[in-house]
Design a protein around this ligand. Sequence first.
Ligand SMILES: [Fe+2]
Ligand SMILES: [Fe+2]
Length: 273
Amino acid sequence: MEIDRRAFIATLGGTAAVSLMDSEAKAEALEHYMEEQLDEQAAAAQGQAPQNPTVAELEAQIETRNYRRGVGNLFVGGQGGKVKRLEPMPKKPTLQDFFRLRFQPANHVLQSATRAMKTGMTEEVILACLLHDVVQSMIKVDHGWWGAQMFEPYIPEKSTFAIRYHAALRFFPDSDAGYEYPDLYYRIFGQDYQPPEYIAATYKMVRNHKWYMEPRLVTVNDLYAFDPNAKVSIEPFTDIIGRHFKSPKEGLGNDNSPSAHMWRTLANPDAPL
Ligand SMILES: [Fe+2]
Ligand SMILES: [Fe+2]
């Protein structure tokens, strides 16, 4: 198989990231890359273009549901089923407690952060990857902004920036950085979807920002973090959390920070008012 060296290096986060990898990690990454290329070629050879809905078709589905698509995972039963009773949070909950009891399954973010770590990205980016989507337990609409706001009091500014803007950057490919528009989005948003004006304007601003690569790298890792069989855990990130996450001594939700109410909402999603 022909390997596009430039594209491959870009998927790993560029030459700087590659230089930090040991030879075993490089070999593994190459194998993974080739497998993906092979899958793509096989799908193309079969000529099976997946049927993607249009924006109008997706809109027509709105009234077929008893929930809205932007609702947080904790607030709606899986596949139209009933919600489950939640285990109460400890008195002084930590980030790890929220991962265990409210963000489950956090598989996607753990895969994403694992890849960031393996490819030698900075600790700020690894942390951002670890946290980038967990607010979707509470709300999915504009999850970049919601997530950034929730974590802002506790994490480095660069990580907040990465979380806030990854969601806007998702819609704009950057092949030099190794990010292509995900096929999945044709299905989720519709084949003729155009991001709203505020997303396009945000992208433009971030594209020219000195921290552009922080959210961009979150989107790069995002592409490779949907393996249903991946075995991941939060353990490898304990040190990074310890170094960069300012855990309040009162526990998350009890510290009167500007986002404490969000943590309480996640802790008590059954509160009626
Ligand atoms: Fe996201
Ligand atoms: Fe994601």
